[in-house]
Ligand binder design. Structure first.
Ligand SMILES: C[C@](O)(CO)[C@H](O)COP(=O)(O)OP(=O)(O)OC[C@H]1O[C@@H](n2ccc(N)nc2=O)[C@H](O)[C@@H]1O
Ligand SMILES: Nc1ncnc2c1ncn2[C@@H]1O[C@H](COP(=O)(O)OP(=O)(O)OP(=O)(O)O)[C@@H](O)[C@H]1O
Length: 298
């Protein structure tokens, strides 16, 4: 017996970051949008715990831990702990979301493993309990479960669904290398010691609600972008190349170093992706539309 769950990546169309809290996290106004790049997590019955992870073309993904520290394993262990079930499962992750790219790939795998184990074990945890486990695993994990679009407050785990009135097209440029999320937040603290309380921008929420791509392009912001650029200066060249190729907006995705380009439509996306493919510092350029459904059992 096995269960497979498909989970989308995310882009933050607004990431407003406040000062560091006593617990080390930052309060956010985090406008999440799920995008159509997916990992698939399969959980199967087994005699003992194993985990494998392959990328496109079934190539092993070297940066992803294959032990119990993998976020997907931690999700299975936590659900098992709550229901007194030994997590003797084989987890396989078919990865298409860039690793350490600021697109919540690990979070997607955690949400996927959680839903897959819930189905495999028949635990039938409530949505509320699943969201509670997600929040324990990481700030981005609850959104990976729900998908669509949502405003995340607190450290990003308290979600309020948002209406999206149309389809938005994106190009994502994966960088050579990764960025550590805590390191980017630390750099943010260094650059912005007096950060104001984070607030979601009404004009941006309205642009999402009406599906107005020009208005969304005029209002996207990422407070972590200066920190990501400070740690990874060559990202500026990628952002400029996407803008020159016709993107309506260019920004660092979350904590980076993946860069995100909002474009007018699918054909414009293909043009921008072609222009970015092969330039220095861009490992691959991928086209995706949004919003995408959250974690879904296949
Ligand atoms: C950059 C974003 O991806 C935007 O959605 C998230 O804020 C990061 O979410 P995540 O990777 O799920 O992060 P977590 O696993 O919860 O936290 C990793 C580390 O990031 C920093 N962190 C994360 C979220 C937050 N609101 N404030 C923080 O300062 C903390 O140093 C924390 O130890
Ligand atoms: N299932 C997983 N997939 C990828 N990385 C994982 C996973 N589990 C643990 N990790 C570890 O987490 C680190 C961050 O990887 P991930 O792909 O989640 O980053 P990210 O997309 O930048 O996250 P976010 O956008 O949520 O900040 C990796 O370098 C890896 O060591």
């Amino acid at each position: 017996m096995s269960a497979t769950v498909r989970v989308p990546a995310k882009v933050n169309v607004q990431l407003a970051v406040g000062g560091a809290r006593p617990d080390g996290f930052h309060d956010l106004a985090n406008v999440f949008l799920a995008v159509g790049l997916y990992d698939e997590v399969t959980v199967s019955e087994a005699d003992s715990f194993t985990l494998t992870c392959t990328g496109p073309g079934s190539v092993p993904v070297p940066e992803v831990p294959l032990d119990r520290t993998n976020l997907a394993a931690r999700a299975a262990i936590e659900l098992g702990r709550r229901y007194d079930i030994a997590p003797d499962v084989r987890i396989h992750i078919a990865k298409d979301i860039p690793v350490a790219g600021g697109m919540a790939g690990g979070s997607a795998d955690a949400a996927g493993a959680l839903l897959a184990c819930d189905a495999l074990w028949g635990t039938n945890a409530s949505r509320e309990e699943l969201l509670d486990i997600c929040a324990e695993l990481g700030s981005d994990v609850p959104f990976s479960l729900v998908g669509g679009a949502a405003l995340g407050t607190g450290r990003g785990e308290k979600l309020e669904p948002l209406d999206v009135g149309g389809e938005f097209w994106w190009v994502f440029a994966a960088a050579d290398g990764g960025l550590s999320t805590p390191a980017v937040y630390r750099e943010f603290d260094r650059l912005s010691p007096e950060a104001p309380d984070p607030v979601a921008a009404p004009a941006l929420l309205e642009a999402l609600r009406t599906g107005d791509v020009e208005a969304l392009a005029a209002t996207v912001t990422n407070d972590l972008q200066p920190a990501a650029l400070s740690l990874f200066p060559s990202l500026k060249d990628t952002l400029d190349a996407g803008t020159s190729a016709g993107a309506l907006a260019a920004l660092v995705s979350g904590s980076g170093p993946t860069t995100a380009f909002l474009v007018a439509d699918e054909s414009s996306a293909r043009k921008v992706a072609a222009a970015l493919t092969g330039i220095a510092g861009c490992r691959s350029a991928r086209v995706a539309s949004s919003p995408a459904r959250g974690a879904t059992i296949l």
